[in-house]
Ligand binder design. Structure first.
Ligand code: ZN
Length: 329
């Protein structure tokens, strides 16, 4: 027994089971792929609390799974994804309001009162909930000049709240903290958006944690399909160090080498993962539920033998299905 991530070989440390695809993406029939004896308990726990949790809760693919009925065990607002209600008729006057998704029920979490202000340098709206207003700093060269008392300002801001009480609380907090917020139109009670029928804008970035979580799925799948001995070989050292210690950087692109049509049709409901040779590199491709695919260079200027090129489709509730590798060569 030896850990493919940290190379620990302490036999006491291999009691847990590593899931090739994090459990947050579902169970895959009777053959849910797992690794036994080649990921140590320390690495398993560390990944579970860090990169797996990140991937399953704080990424687009992590929240899109809720649509497939694959729910989270606990409700917890997203902290790294920015989710706002779009300016769409079904959202009433609440377009622009920041919301969070309760992954345990695939519904919106209760909408919190908030102050929005346009950052004139970035062109982005910034959101402050009541607990973030204390100590707020809004330099005029970034946020514009406030108006009022006969002075015309160019600051753009608004307060969103579902009740007059909450609205007034936010305004009072702003004023206490030196923000000259003068309510404009009289407060009109707005209805909370109905969970079943809202349009959301989800924004985020592909962070290092996100990339490491993807990279771990590739090395796990290599160990599962080709064996732990293959995954231990030095040519995968880069990948293990990247996943475990965040060392180095991994090159990737999105949708540069599209999946073949046949695979694309299947992928709306599934997670598709493949490893193959592309233009002189070993490339791992991963696509969640028809979202754009990520293509990672797992080994630069290298090739694996043909029989080491492989792919799988993972669909919740079904056994993983092997993918024919269509290389087009
Ligand atoms: Zn380990």
């Amino acid at each position: 027994m030896m850990c493919i991530y940290c190379k620990s070989s302490n036999p006491e440390k291999f009691k847990k089971v590593e899931h090739v695809v994090p459990q947050g993406f579902g169970r895959f029939g009777t053959q849910t792929p797992t690794l036994h004896g080649c990921v140590c308990d320390d690495c398993n726990s560390l990944f579970g609390q860090t990169i797996d949790q990140y991937l399953t809760r704080e990424t687009l693919e992590g929240v899109v799974r809720y649509n497939k009925g694959i729910l989270s065990t606990e409700a917890r607002p997203q902290t790294r994804l920015h989710i706002t209600l779009e300016n769409a008729p079904e959202n009433g006057g609440l377009g622009g309001m920041k919301v969070a998704i309760d992954g345990s029920g695939a519904k919106l979490m209760p909408v919190k009162a908030q102050y929005l202000i346009l950052n004139q340098r970035t062109g982005q709206w910034e959101h402050y909930f009541k607990e973030n207003i204390r100590g707020i700093q809004l330099p005029e060269d970034v946020y514009g000049k406030p108006g009022g008392n006969g002075v015309t300002g160019n600051r753009q801001c608004k307060v969103f709240a579902l009740s007059k009480e909450e609205h007034d609380e936010v305004v009072a907090l702003l004023q206490e903290n030196g923000v000259a917020y003068i309510p404009g139109d009289p407060f009109i009670p707005m209805l909370a958006p109905s969970s079943g029928n809202v349009s959301l804008l989800i924004e985020g970035e592909v962070t290092p944690e996100h990339r490491r979580a993807h990279a771990k799925i590739f090395l796990n799948l290599i160990a599962f399909h080709l064996g732990c001995d293959e995954a231990m070989k030095p040519h995968w050292d880069f990948l293990r160090r990247y996943v475990r210690f965040g060392e180095g950087a991994i090159r990737y692109s999105m949708d540069k080498y599209p999946l073949e049509d046949e695979q694309k049709r299947e992928s709306g409901e599934s997670v598709v993962i493949q490893i193959k040779n592309v233009i002189g590199h070993v490339v791992g491709t991963i696509r969640f539920y028809g979202n754009p695919a990520y293509h990672y260079i797992l080994r630069e200027r290298a090739a694996v033998p043909d029989e080491h090129e492989f792919g799988f489709i993972f669909t919740e509730g079904n056994n993983p299905e092997p993918l024919p590798i269509l290389t087009g060569r």
